[in-house]
Design a protein around this ligand. Sequence first.
Ligand code: CMC
Length: 426
Amino acid sequence: MTDKATLTIGDKSYDLPILKGSTGPDVVDVRKFYGDSDHFTFDPGFTSTASCESKITYIDGDAGILLHRGYPIGQLAEESSFLEVCHLLLNGELPTADEFTLFERNITYHTMLHAQFDTFFQGFRRDAHPMAVMTGAVGALSAFYSDSLNVDDPKQREISAHRLIAKMPTIAARAFQYSQGRPFVTPRNELSYSENFLRMCFSVPAEDWVPNPVLTRAMDRIFILHADHEQNASTSTVRLAGSSGAHPFACIAAGIACLWGPSHGGANQEALEMLEEIGTVENIPAYVQGVKDRKYKLMGFGHRVYKNFDPRAKVMQNTCYEVLEQLGINDPLLQVAMELEKVALSDQYFIDRKLYPNIDFYSGITLRAMGFPKEMFTVLFALARTVGWISQWKEMFEDPSRKIGRPRQLYTGATQRDYLAVEKRG
Ligand code: CMC
């Protein structure tokens, strides 16, 4: 086994060390390559570039495997709780009973928002997209919690992490209630993370709110499925923002902004809108033909890393069945989704490109059945992904070899030329 790669340019050869991970592809270390050779490597979209070393999440896209700190996502979704997964991602291990009690206390201690947030929220239009509200509100946290902004203090870093995990459900539920014209519901710390969130979203002063254990479990599972996903676009955004020494509230706001895009977290809303547009099973062939004619993409399908079933999509599909059955909903869009999946998986266009359903394909139908409008889907993704973002931020920050992120480029613009006064320009 060789532990170096050799790259030859003209008559010069460069030895590049090969670094080994605990599993997955080895990497060719090009850190000294520019200094030695005066060449950059070129990889727009980072399709072949490992941007960092990490111990948090591992994906084997060909085999459809997703592990958090070594634990398969299916096991975590079936057997664990979201708050346990938060501890796992943030601290590296599943908590002991005592550690869990302490962690749960630390999170619930921070669920409330500063009273001044009331005024802040009033500034948003009622018809604002809740992701616009989330981006603004999370960015504004630093204006309210300036006592945990010193990133060089480990205790303040920890408090900011706990604050973000704790306050995201409160902000998300508030954005939802605000858009519905309903009053804000204060968190209840004796409830579980997911039950508290559902209560803050759906309870109204006029009647008692009755928890539904199946829906609470489904919510918790959906949060687990979205908790982290390696170096995706929003996580890389958080890391890049954090590499300058920016505090976590600013970095997570940047991650939320990135997540909103339709190729990333915005796809869950778009997937449901697509199913609504298709409407009935009879319209599927024409819609699929439109995809093959490249008029639009099949939303909720395809993934940069998974060239096999997204392991989260399988759990999501089962959760979807459970929720619909529990609520006694016969959603015609589920029929459309199942038939569309069948047609796409047997079509050569999708087979050739290894396009499979991703997590977003079934999440919209599930969340709609639970009572969330589609504008909230990406908000729920952001809520759940916050723990992944903050864990990755923490890992990056604590890495002694941390450097500010500063990619280079292949410049193809004009070479140096002289300024001409306007009357002399042709
Ligand atoms: N529908 C139709 N064709 C597709 C799709 C799709 N959903 N996804 C990829 N392709 C085609 C693409 O046109 C290309 O074809 P060709 O080689 O003939 O030009 C080929 O498959 C490879 O696609 P790509 O654009 O190079 O793949 P990518 O890795 O850059 O994109 C993706 C990954 C997720 C952005 C893309 O699959 C996509 O836009 N999917 C729909 C949006 C979506 O569901 N996103 C959610 C991802 S999972 C949640 C998350 O992590 O955010």
